[in-house]
Design a protein around this ligand. Structure first.
Ligand SMILES: [Zn+2]
Length: 582
């Protein structure tokens, strides 16, 4: 048993050690800012706006569909942005593309008092025959001298065709992912006019298509340098609105279906997940700050899984290191990237991922595959949430949460910091808040709720004098008052833990158990362990008569055998093994 376990672990370790070396920021000023070694007053804007309403309406007004279209057209002209493509040409290849993005960042900086620090994050790794790779970065220094955490807004600039390392094909990669890259660029242009408390890093990554490698190198650098990463907004495939014949599950409603008013927020975990908490924060800021201003309302759908089935993106290496990270992805995708299928006719990961078509034969594209208004709406959603996270107050550290009878909850914030108000987010079984309460001018409150059931995770944000929320705390379940519990033997007899479905599986699976009689309890969890006994995740569950089920998301590209246990009030009722494969 041990032999089988040790071998892959050992290989993986060596692989990680050798994989990415010489991690380096090419601009020393940008590097020192990210490390927190700088004087904020050196980077202060001459006009500082910290009224949230003014900032939100400025971002909303200034993000331009025309800029997005100009940038995306220019990016498509580099022909092939594979991470192994040409780095010497000034006309085509990844080198020309990354240099052009950096030039644009420099222009934005020059237009805004040279406050944006631009350059590259470079790393060495053998990828598609190329040994050195560069993410393009622009760093906007934060104004808070006491909190040097950073917020990252990123999108991968590299593109591909069917061959993973094909550097000769036409790989314009417009939806995947010029769309996310230009979203990041446009936000750098607009947001660099303003001052934020936290440093914001705008980044176009490389080698996403070969395994999230550019994002992984940067996440590793942040971990090595102990940089507090507050939030990561990853944008990958954020401009298209049309379904292909195929798409990765969870999926399009049907071929040629159009959806220009929904965007999906993918993030890892369930109960007490900082990633889901970030997704809920983004949605809340959209609803409260931006929605009153917009002419086309958007639906922000918080997805259960970290990504589409079998797929991944650049938020994952950050989440793996414990940073709150999520991905924006358009509701509809043109293809599932299964280019090995001879019947694959969709655009994703092919030479067809282009700007659009010329319908009247005048040599000018007039029908576009990216909807620039939709892309602008997604940029605005990113920009507003990142701005609020970057000027908002500190997240509370601790609180007490109790549940009484008659659907009453009691909350007490036991945090040393005093803020004007607090927001209390309660949810039941969905990924969204059911109800948000505001605790006005107090740290203690009692609320009535009308959520069904007894499974009510709660999290809290502070609100400052400008009315801005912090990111939310982790979730807690209520401390219930003592009840007459059945004995452990009675419980074990009445409950049957069943095999997870599907098993083996790749990223997400359903774990169920059958309960044959109604019983009282305080807290129940499905707990996932690795074979060394280390706890991986704890998912709260209800114990209701009949079948009970929880969804477990394991994450992208991790294989092995794990154990899940049903634990009620501290007692293990039963355990089973499950297998992850690719
Ligand atoms: Zn992509």
């Amino acid at each position: 048993m041990k032999k089988y376990l040790l071998l892959p672990t050992f290989l993986f370790f060596v692989n990680v050690l050798l994989a990415q070396t010489n991690l380096k920021v090419t601009n020393p000023v940008a590097e020192q800012v990210m490390l927190g070694n700088y004087n904020p007053s050196d980077f202060m804007a001459s006009v500082v706006i910290n009224d949230p309403a003014t900032l939100v309406s400025a971002i909303h007004d200034e993000i331009s569909t025309d800029s997005l279209q100009v940038y995306i057209t220019r990016l498509s002209e580099f022909r092939n942005r594979n991470s192994g493509s040409d780095t010497l040409s000034t006309i085509e290849g990844i080198g020309a593309a990354r240099n052009w993005i950096e030039e644009k960042f420099q222009q934005f900086s020059a237009a805004n008092e040279d406050r944006l620090q631009t350059g590259f994050f470079q790393y060495d790794e053998e990828i598609c025959g190329m040994s050195r790779h560069k993410n393009t970065i622009a760093v906007l220094p934060g104004m808070d001298a006491t909190d040097h955490s950073i917020i990252i807004i990123e999108g991968h600039m590299d593109s591909r065709c069917a061959g993973l390392c094909d550097i000769d094909c036409d790989a314009e990669g417009v939806e995947d992912n010029a769309s996310g890259t230009v979203l990041v660029m446009e936000l750098a242009r607009v947001m660099s006019q303003y001052s934020f408390n936290q440093t914001i890093v705008f980044m176009a990554t490389t080698a996403e298509e070969q395994g999230l490698l550019g994002a992984n190198a940067f996440a590793q650098w942040c971990e090595n340098e102990n940089i507090p990463v507050k939030a990561v907004f990853n944008n990958d495939v954020v401009g298209g609105v049309i379904c292909g014949e195929t798409s990765s599950e969870p999926s399009c409603p049907g071929f040629n279906h159009v959806d220009s008013t929904q965007v999906r927020l993918f993030s890892f975990g369930g109960f007490n997940s900082p990633n889901k908490g970030l997704s809920r924060f983004i949605k809340l800021e959209y609803q409260e700050e931006l929605l009153p201003l917009v002419s086309v309302p958007m639906m922000l759908t918080i997805m259960s899984a970290e990504d589409r089935t079998g797929r991944g993106s650049d938020h994952i290496p950050f989440r793996e290191r414990g940073y709150a990270a999520m991905r924006f992805c358009s509701a509809n995708e043109h293809g599932n990237a299964d280019v090995s299928d001879p019947d694959y006719h969709d655009r994703q990961h092919t030479s067809e991922d282009i700007l659009g078509v010329d319908t009247d034969n005048d040599m000018v594209v007039d029908s576009f595959f990216v909807d620039f208004n939709y892309l602008a709406r997604n940029a605005t959603i990113n920009g507003v949430a990142a701005s609020m996270a970057a000027i908002g107050p500190k997240t509370p550290i601790e609180f007490i949460y109790q549940e009484g009878g008659d659907k009453e909850i009691y909350v007490e914030i036991t945090d040393p910091e005093d803020y004007l108000h607090y927001r209390i987010g309660l949810r039941a079984l969905s990924n969204d808040f059911d109800t948000i309460y505001t605790l006005v001018g107090s740290k203690i409150g009692t609320f009535q709720h009308d959520s069904p059931g007894t499974f009510l995770p709660l999290s809290i944000a502070s609100v400052d004098t400008n009315g801005i929320e912090s990111l939310f705390t982790g979730e807690q379940l209520p401390d219930a008052l003592g009840v007459n519990d059945p004995t452990l033997e009675e419980r074990m007899k009445a409950i049957e833990l069943v095999q997870n479905k599907p098993n083996p599986f790749d990223e997400a699976t359903t774990i169920g158990f059958y309960v044959n009689k109604k019983m009282s309890y305080q807290k129940a969890f499905i707990i996932i362990y690795d074979l060394s006994g280390m706890e991986i995740e704890r998912i709260p569950t209800q114990i209701q008569k009949g079948m009970n089920e929880v969804l477990y998301t394991h994450g992208y590209n991790k294989v092995g055998t794990f154990v899940y246990s049903l634990v009620i009030d501290g007692n293990v009722i039963d355990s089973k093994k499950m297998i992850f494969s690719n």
